[in-house]
Design a protein around this ligand. Structure first.
Ligand code: ADP
Ligand code: MG
Length: 353
């Protein structure tokens, strides 16, 4: 593999804020690289630099071995596409949105039609050409935004938290499109995420970011397999907790994650561990129901985020857990900020990182 983009000692300063701090990074041709880090760690800024939309304050960039300068930046910029986290679609049909970049490139109409069709198939919006883009659901709009970017078939596709705030169905369609694009068209993809689960399954390589720096890079198995110090610092990510594991007589382990919160886990480990619980594996209820789930914790709702068909909640049980429920169950449970609730999950759905 050779490097498609190479950043050498790249720093970006806004005012007196170092958004990106002395980053050295090679994006290899054909790979999916995930930038994983908490909010404010510099992911978006790094993507803008890779897209050549922001010039670094210090350091240099090479694109396909050629040094990027003020003079050639505009030409080289056409080799990549960045999809922002909040994309605004044009106020017209899905077809016009996706075809836009190809029309500018003066591609013949019949070829545009075929490319638009293929791109829409990739994001499972077959036949949506004539629909009005702004009237689609949030998830569908995000899929149109991705189709609009991937139809350009640029060498490099940059995605800023492509599935943030989407329900699991829309998120998995987008994840599938990303992996198909990479496999079939060999598109190099760099995506920012703060979803640890996504970073574990989709990319070939993960770069951990913290305070503007890349603290570690490696294959997901390397990064998540060992107890990386940097990963533990990421306890700020959803449902990831550092703790100490002790064996029980039942053959499971109890992980003490602090603040009086103990989690039972089926995996066998001792000592310091990090655990992760997928929000989708947590059951939320208003009463302590009889259940086979080994972990039942009482807490209060501290945050409610309406994502359309699902609602994401933060429940403080001593430690904050992110939970998601369908809009319908949310309404049925009549939950408010401060409501007392129970969360339940199986010992076998806790992943030890
Ligand atoms: P992330 O995408 O990981 O959340 P960002 O790259 O957006 O991180 O931001 C990194 C840091 O740089 C943050 O502290 C943010 O407030 C700051 N920052 C980003 N863009 C600007 C800007 N245009 N002006 C001032 N500060 C900025
Ligand atoms: Mg960002």
């Amino acid at each position: 593999m050779s490097a498609l983009v190479e950043l050498n000692s790249v720093t970006k300063i806004y005012g007196n804020k170092k958004a990106v701090d002395n980053v050295n990074l090679q994006v290899q041709e054909g790979e999916i690289l995930a930038l994983l880090g908490p909010n404010g760690s510099g992911k978006t800024t790094l993507l803008k630099i890779l897209a050549l939309l922001e010039a670094p304050t210090e350091g240099t960039i090479k694109f396909q071995g050629e040094l990027v300068t003020e003079k050639n930046a505009e030409k080289m910029r056409t080799q990549s596409t960045l999809v922002f986290q909040r994309t605004l679609l044009f106020d017209t049909t899905v077809y016009n949105n996706v075809a836009y970049g190809l029309k500018i490139r003066k591609m013949p109409r019949n070829m545009i039609d075929a490319e638009v069709k293929k791109a829409l198939q990739l994001v499972k919006l077959d036949g949506f050409e004539k629909r009005h883009a702004k009237k689609l659901s949030g998830g569908e709009q995000q899929r149109v935004a991705i189709a609009r970017a991937l139809v350009l078939k640029t060498k490099l596709l940059l995605l800023d938290e492509p599935t943030a705030n989407l329900d699991p169905k829309n998120a998995s369609i987008i994840e599938d499109a990303i992996s198909t694009l990479n496999r079939e068209y060999k598109t190099t993809i760099v995506m920012a995420t703060h979803n640890m689960f996504q970073a574990k399954s989709l990319p070939q390589r993960v770069a951990l970011m913290n305070e503007g720096q890349i603290t570690e890079t490696g294959a997901p198995a390397e990064i998540f397999g060992k107890l990386s110090k940097n990963l533990v610092r990421f306890a700020v990510l959803d449902n990831t907790f550092a703790g100490t594991a002790e064996a029980t007589s039942a053959g499971t382990i109890i992980v003490d994650i602090g603040n009086g919160v103990q989690v039972e886990v089926t995996e066998q480990r001792q000592g310091k561990v990090s655990i992760f619980v997928n929000p989708q594996d947590i059951i939320l209820s208003k009463h302590a129901v009889e259940s086979s789930a080994r972990n039942v914790l009482k807490g209060r709702v501290t945050e409610i985020k309406d994502l359309g068909s699902i609602v994401k909640l933060k429940v403080d049980v001593g430690k904050p857990f992110t939970v998601q429920v369908t809009k319908r169950s949310f309404n049925e449970m009549e939950l408010n900020l401060g409501s007392e609730v129970y969360i339940a999950f199986k010992a076998s759905s806790v992943q030890v990182l």
